[in-house]
Design a protein around this ligand. Sequence first.
Ligand code: SF4
Length: 320
Amino acid sequence: MTVKVGIPRALLYYHYYPGWEAFFRSLGAEVVLSDETTKKIVDSGVRLAVDEACLPVKLYLGHLANLRDKGVDCIFAPRVVSVERKKYLCPKFLGLPEIARFGVPDLPRLLDVEINVHQQYQKTRRDLKKLAAGFDRRPWVIARALRAAKLAQDEYEATLRLGHTPHDVLSGTENTYQEGKLRVAVLGHAYNLNDKFISMDLLSKLREFGAEVVTAEMLRPQDIKRGAGLLEKEIFWTFGKELMGAAFHLLEEGKIDGVVLVASFGCGPDSLVCELVERMYKRGKNAPVLMLTLDEHTGEAGVVTRLEAFIDMLRWRKAV
Ligand code: SF4
């Protein structure tokens, strides 16, 4: 019987889903995604999480409950410690399997493999092979699954760099990219920006207002690395480094008209990184910044009004 592996449409889904999907499909499993975020999913996540949790973690729990209700056999919930050398993900990712187990009752088995590329690269490879062997023990099938995952992930990242957002690609609407008169950088976590419900479809709204949207995923890794290196002391959180690197690179390049900074309420790293980016742009004086903080109570009308006013101001600035 085909094993049904659930993958929550939250957090690292926006970064790694193509690789994960190819891995499990290649092992003969059926991948089941949680539904797109709805008010019901948000409300269930808010009920299950502790009050202090950031919005994306609350949302993650809501998606886990959604998968449980779909009757999947197991859920892929890796403990992602590090995805590159000398950099780490925030502590919430390190404790995610425990947050899931203690937060959501009656979950099916969690596939909580540890990904720690910086300190335990070889162990991570061994653990991934062990995880794969739980589906198919044949070494060539395991090797093929790892290869398929890498290929799919590389292809995904290359497509993003052509100017598409994770949401464009994952939802199959990648042709929405178009050159606009205004270039607006939207900087924030991919799991906030690309979730249409919690971001209130911010990216599409900016495009509807005639702006060409630039996100960190569209930039070349070497540009982000160089941008991040301009700080006296590099940030050791992977996502903070990416946001900072993208912000520095775009500021230096001077080809954007404005920046929308999107932070999560309750996020420690965001409170530091977004503050630094805002200061840096104020000092640079060549692109205004709009700061938005998302939580489960953020109202759409307020966001739309602020976006409209921001775009009007950018147009006026460009015209004078
Ligand atoms: S980086 Fe911030 S928003 Fe993301 S999981 Fe950690 S605390 Fe939450």
